[in-house]
Design a protein around this ligand. Structure first.
Ligand code: ASP
Ligand code: MG
Length: 417
């Protein structure tokens, strides 16, 4: 059995949905399709959540989301009596009724109740169009079986319960193709949750794990995983084959390839993951699997993080920075939820590179300044090179001021002005 995850960009127009159907039609195996919201719908719904709380303009924003979907539906379904029209109307009515009530005090809860409509709507349209194109399929409301706790906006999976319910739901007894939503789940008491932005990859990985899929394919608008973002380095090359470990490392250092949580579940069961293009079916994509002799020679991989801040911390009394001081510093970072991208420490100073995440960072620096002298530089760039060589390092650093540098056998990192 295959699991396919299609992102929002693959179904952002009627042509996109037709292309999707063409791909699905070319497979004869049992398949589960995990789908995101169409195009930029999640962003638009996030704006609706803001408007819901601020009581401004939510109706016009909702209308725009509805018109966008209806324009796709109108193009795909010429017969106005097709069941899809009714189904979409029901979903939009539910959403607009929801928006009429007073928001509760929990922003995260309201966020999940509203933003989840993107996936419910996209899967409904695509499932109906696949049926119309001669491919029967079953639409599954994933909230009934992918169970999470009530950490809204970042739902944590209840593995035991989900394993049971997901296996029952996707039994392949009377159907060959299922279509379901990525990104969303449900609590035990059937409240809707989401798994974090871009979480559909993770949803697909969870289903692959539970159902022992033969293969997971993530269909994207790029040829595969590249050794740099091609918008940044136009000569970026595709990586043919990498290990799970390498994929985790790349996600950790900030490569925006797949959702960082995606790899763990499929690694545990050694399920191969193919990242491939929905635009070019002849392109084989990148295969992520266990190590093999056929692995690529290790091309340097370049990862760029902008808007970085380098913070240098030293005790006011010039004492050494030892374990206790380090642990109290780290707990401050954790408390303010500032993610550390790079650390370097010497006898009397400690430097960290972090994302410039405005308010949280200011509060953190204020608190550290009570016991330490703190200096910082902002507007920096952090460049990570996996599998670095001299040429790669020169390419990234030539003519630039290096504030901090760190090299291990596999990874070199530079904080640059
Ligand atoms: N639609 C959600 C988002 O845009 C989930 C996803 O695409 O993976 O974040
Ligand atoms: Mg997306």
């Amino acid at each position: 059995m295959n699991i396919f995850k299609f992102g929002g960009a693959s179904v952002n127009s009627a042509d996109g949905v037709r292309n999707f159907v063409k791909i699905v039609q070319s497979y004869r195996e049992e398949t589960i399709i995990v789908l995101s919201a169409m195009g930029k719908t999640t962003n638009a719904l996030e704006e609706i959540v803001e408007a819901f709380f601020n009581k401004n303009d939510q109706d016009s924003k909702l209308l725009a989301v509805k018109q966008y979907h209806l324009s796709i539906v109108n193009e795909l379904f010429p017969k106005k009596e097709d069941a899809v029209y009714e189904k979409i109307e029901v979903l939009f009515n539910q959403l607009s009724q929801y928006l009429e009530k007073e928001p509760s005090l929990c922003f995260e809860f309201e966020y999940d109740q509203i933003v989840s409509f993107g996936e419910l709507i996209s899967t409904t349209i695509v499932s109906e169009f696949l049926r119309l194109s001669g491919r029967p399929n079953k639409w599954v409301d994933i909230r009934t079986c992918l169970k999470t706790d009530d950490t809204y906006k970042e739902g944590r999976i209840d593995w035991k319960l989900s394993e049971k319910l997901v296996s029952q739901t996707f039994s392949f007894n009377s159907t060959f193709v299922y279509i379901t939503q990525g990104f969303i789940g449900g609590t035990k008491t059937n409240q809707t949750t989401t798994l974090g932005r871009e979480g559909s990859d993770y949803s697909a990985a969870i289903l692959s794990y539970i159902l022992d899929a033969d293969k997971l394919a993530i269909w994207k608008d790029v040829p595969g995983i590249m050794n740099a973002d091609p918008k940044w380095l136009p000569d970026a090359q595709k990586l043919e084959r990498i290990t799970y470990q390498e994929a985790i490392e790349l996600a950790f250092y900030g490569a925006k390839v797949i959702h960082p949580k995606t790899i763990q579940p499929i690694k545990k069961k050694k399920i191969p993951l193919q990242v491939r293009s929905f635009l070019d079916l002849n392109e084989s994509g990148t295969l992520i699997s266990t190590a093999s002799k056929k692995l690529d020679y290790l091309l340097p991989v370049y990862i760029q993080k902008k808007d970085q801040v380098l913070i240098s911390i030293r005790p006011i009394d010039f004492s050494f920075i030892l374990e206790e001081k380090l642990s109290s510093l780290f707990s401050l970072f954790a408390k303010h939820r500032v993610k550390v991208n790079l650390i370097q420490n010497s006898a009397i100073s400690f430097s960290v590179c972090v994302d410039n995440s405005d308010r949280r960072l200011k509060e953190l620096i204020e608190e550290i300044s009570i016991d330490f002298e703190v200096k910082y530089n902002d507007d920096l760039e952090l460049i990570t090179i996996r599998h670095h060589n001299q040429e790669a390092v020169e390419r990234m650093t030539k003519g630039r001021e290096i504030l901090l540098e760190q090299r291990s056998r596999d990874t070199a990192q530079f904080v640059l002005v």
